[in-house]
Design a protein around this ligand. Structure first.
Ligand SMILES: Nc1ncnc2c1ncn2[C@@H]1O[C@H](COP(=O)(O)OP(=O)(O)OP(=O)(O)O)[C@@H](O)[C@H]1O
Length: 234
């Protein structure tokens, strides 16, 4: 069943520096929501707060209406949050199969299998199951990181700059995979990005962030507005 993710007015600090200021967003069920903004505006911090790897100082994250409170990351994974972190965080010395199996930690014993969808979406992973994660290209590692998140059977898939440093052909594969997960599996997807064209083609709705705050929200077509494009230029 498709579920929504709500972020209500969260604050996040690094020491005395406030990185998120009363940020509220909604990721609608079976839709792709993109958060855009320049370097350092707080996009990764927002995702880290949602998945519970950094504590919030105020506000609330709700999954399918239930507040997550102070639930640690492993519990959020069990409740249905899948996370693909920035930089992918593949284990370089583990094989592709072992990297995928690290997702089993979020599953009950009888659910510990790699879903066939992972290999349908990313056939290269099947060919490379016995290879070490560190031997894969950046794009293949990104596919592996998404595959590992899918192993946990997420209701909401959260991705931190999935196109960063990746060649165009693999960006297309990743875009197609995300569209399939939304359209055919009803998955709720939240991603942060700096690549405008990727978001314009793929996203249903967008948020624009600046200095820890949400400046604008609307349909992805808003990315065509000159004012918004100017704002996102580095
Ligand atoms: N561990 C940390 N300790 C202190 N400050 C941090 C830490 N992580 C991030 N920051 C600061 O918080 C702010 C937001 O960073 P964040 O990584 O969330 O931004 P971002 O929009 O994801 O940028 P990028 O695209 O570069 O990842 C920045 O000013 C950054 O320097």
């Amino acid at each position: 069943m498709a579920v929504a993710l709500h972020v209500d007015s969260i604050d996040l600090y690094y020491g005395a520096a406030r990185a998120l200021k009363a940020v509220s967003i909604e990721a609608r069920p079976a839709a792709i929501t993109a958060v855009l903004g320049r370097n350092g505006v707080g996009k990764s911090s927002l995702l880290r707060a949602i998945v519970g790897v950094h504590p919030v100082a105020g506000g609330e994250v709700r999954l399918a209406g239930s507040a997550l409170g102070k639930a640690p990351p492993y519990r959020r994974a069990r409740l249905g949050l899948g996370y693909v972190p920035q930089g992918r965080e593949i284990f370089p010395l583990l094989t592709v199969r072992e990297n995928l199996m690290t997702g089993f930690a979020a599953l009950k014993g009888d659910e510990r299998t790699i879903p066939e969808t992972v290999f349908t979406l990313f056939p290269v992973l099947k060919d490379m199951l016995a290879r070490r994660g560190g031997d894969l290209s950046g794009g293949q590692q990104q596919q592996l990181a998404i595959g590992r998140a899918l192993v946990t059977r997420p209701k909401v898939l959260i991705l931190d700059e999935p196109t960063e440093g990746i060649q165009p052909s693999i960006i297309k594969d990743i875009g197609r995979a995300l569209a399939f997960l939304r359209d055919e599996m009803g998955m709720t997807i939240l991603l942060v990005e700096q690549y405008l064209d990727f978001c314009r083609e793929l996203a249903d709705s967008i948020y624009i962030m600046d200095r820890g705050e949400i400046l604008h929200s609307g349909p992805a077509a808003d990315l065509d507005q000159p004012e918004i494009r100017r704002h996102l230029m580095v």
